[in-house]
Write a protein that binds this ligand. Sequence first.
Ligand SMILES: [Zn+2]
Length: 115
Amino acid sequence: MPVAVVFRCEVCGCRPDLETQLALEHQLLDLRHGEYVDAEPGRWLTWHGRGLYGPHRYACGEHRGELKALLREHYGTLGWHPWAVGPHPWAGRRGTDRARRLARSLRSTFGPSGS
Ligand SMILES: [Zn+2]
């Protein structure tokens, strides 16, 4: 049975329309850290947190500004990420490429593992 992921605006608690819901679901598998990503057509904004930057947060088109203000207040001193200025188009899944790059750089740093 498919699992329905419930997205809610951090500010008003509303739910995205169906198309935006699908866009948000596509982003779920993306391994980003400290990045904003837009979800169309509803102009939703996702904050991909992780680690220092806390959990993922979502805002509807009406409240994306409020979400940024909140994040900048909470995490603004940790780095530049919360200060990024839009638009933040979703560029497709980057997680796999990043993971590959990371694995490559680890290998070149520590040498072949021998396994
Ligand atoms: Zn809202």
